[in-house]
Design a protein around this ligand. Structure first.
Ligand code: FES
Length: 59
């Protein structure tokens, strides 16, 4: 099983990573026309959010 990481980027999408590689960039601003994926619309929307990270490590 891969190490899974959820990275909430500052003012941007939620990145889902497996073993350090970005698998998905998910929209969390609500403005993407490609939901659930980020299409960069958060930039023009002026989306603001803090960054944080959650890691699920295999045991
Ligand atoms: S977070 Fe990028 S378009 Fe919504």
């Amino acid at each position: 099983m891969a190490n899974i990481e959820f990275e909430f980027t500052k003012d941007g999408p939620l990145l889902v990573k497996a073993d350090g590689k970005v698998e998905y960039a998910l929209c969390r601003c609500g403005h993407s026309s490609k939901k659930p994926f980020c299409n960069g619309a958060h930039i023009n929307a002026g989306f603001k959010a803090d960054a944080s990270k959650l890691e699920l490590k295999k045991s």
